[in-house]
Structure formats: structure tokens, C-alpha cells
Design a protein around this ligand. Structure first.
Ligand SMILES: *Cc1c(COP(=O)(O)O)cnc(C)c1O
Length: 355
């Protein structure tokens, strides 16, 4: 078994993979594969309903919100959010906390004025910008809860006078969140919730329908709500595996329990990065992510041999994003703490060898 620290698509629980594999051959005793049944079959409708129910349960989604499973990834949401929320001649406010945030705000510029209220670009996004005022005349305020590439995370969310829109792709269901504080939450499933091919959207119904703009059916949240995520053929298999993963999370004790585990995993790893003389962290201490742990070597010549040692130990996906360099250990929900200990032992062994 490998220790999968990949940033995305990321690790899934082994039990889920086994269930998914069985469903590909014979889905729930139907004698058909999950890949070849009608999305209108009651057996699949039950899967979709269960997935929606689990999202509502695990995240304690209040009344007045709709849960959708859409295609197009988080990148589609970069456009869909302004398309649905930003009126002609209106303004949206964004925090630029990384490349994904930057892509989101660029997309919004196609629909109206964009005000970047804060950025950490000048430091290559090694911290979360905190000093800003949210303009009360903005149609919405967009943030990125976890910056996958840099390893920073918003540990407290701003109180917003306008609907708060959040890209939670890389830390959805990793910690407790008060959904009522948000107008729109979206997340590509493939980091922390399931396989690639489906995107979770949680939207507050009463923020919709205010732009006066014509919106193509597929890109219109209202159409998708009315169609129950089945306006067209949904990504059946990706929804199925997401449902299995959410079910696994529930069986583990839910979001609160996994949050404790995630904190324990990141704490021991950051501790080792600080203690070990060969490595150092990248990001501002108070903004460090519990999902993507970034670090570098003090001596650049150590980079390749460390990667080689990791490879020998079955550690995969640890190489940092090309725009940051160094290393990134993505320690998503499904990664057991035992894998984190293997990484820590490997760092110690490497330090011993390179004294
Ligand atoms: C991976 C990622 C994206 C892009 O997701 P796609 O589903 O590939 O479009 C966007 N935002 C964040 C924070 C991400 O980690």
C-alpha cells in the first residue's frame, strides 16, 4: 500500500474503493453495473437522495439552502457564481489568496466590476490577507477557504454584510463550518469528498434570481435546483462514490471527529518540519493549512535525494506545486495518521543520513 499525499485527485478511503469496485460489477444486487443503469432508475435516485441527505446532515445545512451535484469542476463555479449573482453593472468583491482565487476573480470580470479587497500576491501567497473592508454595495464577497497550492487556510471566516461565496474545494468536510454564514459554497469533489467529475454546490435559495440576466439552463442554479441535479444526465459514478465517501465520514463520527484527527495529523507534521534541521515551513504560522502542508529543504541539493527516499518508502504525491517548489503533503480526511508517521520517520531518517 502506498502513502498517498497527492493534492488532487486525492486519496479515498480504502473501504470506499472496495465498495465502488463492487458496484461497478453489480450495483446493489441489480445485476447491472452502476456505470450502465439509468440515472432515472429508482436505485440511482436513492443514491442521489442519500448523497444530498448526507451533505445536509454532515454539514448541518439549514433550511432555505439547496444542495447540488454538478459537473465542470470548481473552475465552472468560478463563472457560474458571477453569472448567477452579479447583476449587469454590479460589483463583486474578492480576496486574492492564491492562483485559484485569481482564476475565480478573472472569470467574474466577464460579468461585472471586480474589487480585489486584499491580496497576498506580493509574498507569493504565503499568508491569508486579513485587513480589508467588505464593500456593502457588492453583490457578493468571494473567498477561498483553503489555498491548496500554498498551504494556507482561513481559520476564521469574515462576517460579511453581503452574501459570502466560498471555494471550499480542498477543505470541504474537513472541519465544522457554519453554513448559515454563507450564501454559496462550492467544491470540486476530488480533493476531500470523492472522485473527480462532480462538484458540490450549497446555495442559499433567496440570493438567486436577482441579476435580471438571461442564464443558459445548464449554468443556471435555479434550473439545476428545479431538476434536482438531474436537468441532464448527472455524473452517476462520481456521485455514487461521493455518497460512499460521505457515508464513510459519517461512520467515522462525522465532521467534528475528522476535524480532531486532521488537527492531530497536521500538528505532528508541522512539529517535525520545525524541529528537523533540514526542513522549514513555507507559510505564516497562524495561516497554516491542516489539509496541505507545504515545506522546503534548507539546502536545495537535498531536494532530489529526499524525494528518492520518499519514493522508496512508498510515499507518493509529495512534490510541491511547480509555482512554490519544495514539498507539499496533502493530508486529506482519508489519509490515516499512520501515513503521516511514515513521512515523519522518513524525514528523520533523511536527517540522520545527512548530518
Ligand atoms: C483544485 C482546486 C480548484 C480547481 O478545481 P477543478 O475541479 O479542477 O476545476 C479550484 N479551487 C481550489 C481551491 C482547488 O484546490
Amino acid at each position: 500500500m502506498k502513502h498517498n499525499f497527492g493534492a488532487g485527485p486525492g486519496i479515498l478511503p480504502h473501504e470506499v474503493l472496495k465498495q465502488a469496485a463492487a458496484g461497478v460489477i453489480d450495483f446493489n444486487g441489480t445485476g447491472l453495473s452502476i456505470l450502465e443503469i439509468s440515472h432515472r432508475a429508482p436505485e440511482f435516485e436513492a443514491v442521489l437522495n442519500e448523497a444530498v441527505k448526507l451533505v445536509k446532515e454532515l454539514f448541518e445545512v439549514p433550511e432555505g439552502y439547496s444542495v447540488l451535484f454538478l459537473q465542470g469542476g470548481a473552475s465552472m463555479q468560478f463563472a457560474m457564481a458571477p453569472y448567477n449573482l452579479l447583476p449587469e453593472g454590479g460589483k463583486a468583491a474578492y480576496v486574492e489568496s492564491g492562483v485559484w482565487a485569481n482564476k475565480a476573480l478573472k472569470e467574474a470580470k466577464n460579468f461585472g466590476e471586480v474589487q480585489v479587497v486584499a491580496t497576498s500576491k506580493e509574498s507569493n501567497f504565503t499568508y491569508i490577507p486579513k485587513d480589508f473592508t467588505i464593500p456593502a454595495d457588492a453583490a457578493y464577497f468571494h473567498i477561498t477557504s483553503n489555498n491548496t497550492i500554498y498551504g494556507t487556510q482561513m481559520h476564521a471566516f469574515p462576517k460579511s454584510p453581503v452574501p459570502l461565496v466560498c471555494d471550499m474545494s480542498s477543505d470541504i468536510f474537513s472541519r465544522k463550518v457554519n453554513v448559515a454564514d454563507f450564501g454559496l459554497i462550492y467544491a470540486g469533489a476530488q480533493k476531500n469528498m470523492g472522485p473527480a467529475g462532480v462538484t458540490l454546490v450549497i446555495v442559499k435559495d433567496d440570493i438567486l434570481g436577482k441579476t435580471g440576466r438571461k442564464i443558459p439552463a445548464m449554468l443556471n442554479y435555479q434550473t439545476q435546483i428545479e431538476g434536482g441535479s438531474m436537468y441532464n444526465t448527472p455524473p452517476v459514478f462520481a456521485i455514487y462514490v461521493s455518497m460512499l465517501t460521505l457515508n464513510w465520514l459519517k461512520s467515522k463520527g462525522g465532521v467534528e471527529a475528522i476535524e480532531k484527527e486532521n488537527k492531530a495529523k497536521s500538528a505532528v507534521l508541522y512539529e517535525e518540519i520545525e524541529r528537523n534541521p533540514l526542513f522549514k515551513p513555507v507559510c505564516a504560522t497562524e495561516d497554516r493549512s491542516d489539509m496541505n502542508v507545504t515545506f522546503v529543504v534548507n539546502n536545495p541539493e537535498h531536494e532530489k535525494p529526499f524525494l528518492k527516499l520518499c519514493d522508496e518508502k512508498g510515499i507518493v504525491g509529495i512534490k510541491g506545486h511547480r509555482s512554490v517548489g519544495g514539498f507539499r503533503a496533502s493530508i486529506y480526511n482519508a489519509l490515516p495518521i499512520t501515513s503521516v508517521y511514515v513521512l515523519i520517520d522518513t524525514m528523520r531518517e533523511f536527517a540522520e543520513k545527512n548530518k
